[in-house]
Ligand binder design. Structure first.
Ligand code: ADP
Ligand code: MG
Length: 329
């Protein structure tokens, strides 16, 4: 059975199509990523699946339950961490979580036990009895993840789980997310506009742009669409080097630009030693420098949309401004 099944799900807000008939499936135990720029429709998608907003059309099943007809069952099956932090700063970490447990109908004793377990997973036991207002941004995010786990959901929804955190804190959160998925077997769907995050965490990634899924596969396969890694080599004798490179059976394509060779290969890191081992004296050239570039999901986004994620976000801001102007008239 799939954990989440989405069929032609669509959401329109007064004429603006935020989510445009998307179809995908998340398998049980999978860590699934929705990657796209701001405004792509990620939060709207999660909110529909969490039964917080109603789709305009289409259907979806979460943990086997219909998001339109079985809202309570859907809600009990999922834990959600919202894009916007939502903690009570004047309560302690533990109190925030216990309150959540009671909301889900756990007894006081049960809630206490589950809260202890959840706090342990994100390593916050030590700070559990401190007021949330004394927590750092990263600790707050960890607490929110713990809170989403208190009622032991099968599926976890994470909306931009590391938004605004520094690189080091982000890595820490990644570890918790991976651990939850791999060790505790929680199915996870997460949204992000950080490609390294999707690449590092997700088993499969759906790239979403303007409410549409433009590509969906494992990060590895998505990057392979671009034809593999690129090794750039600077040499002193171009003619001789070219002859030597053409003899290498594992070079898929040779490009030459401004005196630098670009070799398209698979597993570039294993090919660099082979290049160095060419008998340069006999071949009549010398390597001056070698560089390896692996394609990123940013390259994949660019390939499918013709824009980088950053450019897309800039044009979204532009769109907001235009709309705001119209409203002000
Ligand atoms: N409640 C709403 N009313 C009107 N427009 C909305 C609403 N929520 C989202 N949108 C619009 O829908 C689009 C997708 O938004 P969202 O799902 O938040 O994207 P993302 O999470 O990928 O950044 C955006 O253009 C946004 O402005
Ligand atoms: Mg969002």
């Amino acid at each position: 059975m799939s954990a989440i099944q989405v069929e032609k799900l669509k959401k329109e807000f007064n004429g603006l199509i935020a989510v445009n008939e998307i179809t995908f499936e998340v398998k049980e135990g999978e860590l699934f990523g929705l990657l796209g720029p701001n405004g792509a429709g990620k939060t709207t998608t999660l909110n529909m699946l969490a039964t917080l907003i109603k789709p305009t059309s289409g259907q979806a099943f979460v943990a086997g339950f219909d998001i339109l007809k079985e809202r309570d069952k859907v809600r009990k099956s999922i834990g959600m961490v919202f894009q916007e932090p939502a903690l009570d700063n004047y309560l302690t970490g533990r109190e925030n979580l216990e309150f959540h447990g009671m909301m889900y109908g756990l007894s006081r004793k049960e809630a206490k036990e589950r809260v202890r377990e959840a706090l342990k997973i994100v390593e916050l036991e030590e700070f559990a009895d401190k007021l949330v207002q004394t927590y750092s941004g990263g600790m707050k995010r960890r607490l929110e993840i713990a809170r989403a786990l208190v009622h032991q959901p099968k599926i976890l929804f994470l909306d931009e789980p590391t938004l605004g955190l520094d690189a080091q804190t982000r890595r820490k959160i990644w570890e918790y997310i991976k651990k939850l998925n791999k060790e505790k077997g929680v199915t996870i769907i997460l949204t992000t506009h950080y490609m390294e995050e999707a690449d590092f965490l997700a088993d499969r990634v759906a790239i979403i742009d303007y409410g549409k899924i433009v590509a969906l596969d494992t990060p590895e396969n998505l990057k392979n669409i671009l034809g593999g890694d690129v090794i750039s080599i600077e040499v002193d004798n171009h003619q001789n080097a070219k002859k030597a490179f053409e003899k290498l059976p594992w070079v898929k394509k040779i490009n030459q630009e401004n005196g630098i060779f670009y070799l398209q290969v698979e597993k570039g890191e294993e090919k660099i030693p082979l290049l160095i081992r060419i008998d340069q004296e006999e071949a009549g050239f010398q390597i001056k420098s070698i560089n390896l570039r692996k394609p990123t999901l940013e390259d994949v986004f660019l390939h499918f949309t013709g824009r980088t994620i950053r450019e897309r976000e800039a044009s979204q801001t532009e769109r907001f401004r235009e709309r705001a102007k119209i409203h002000m008239r």
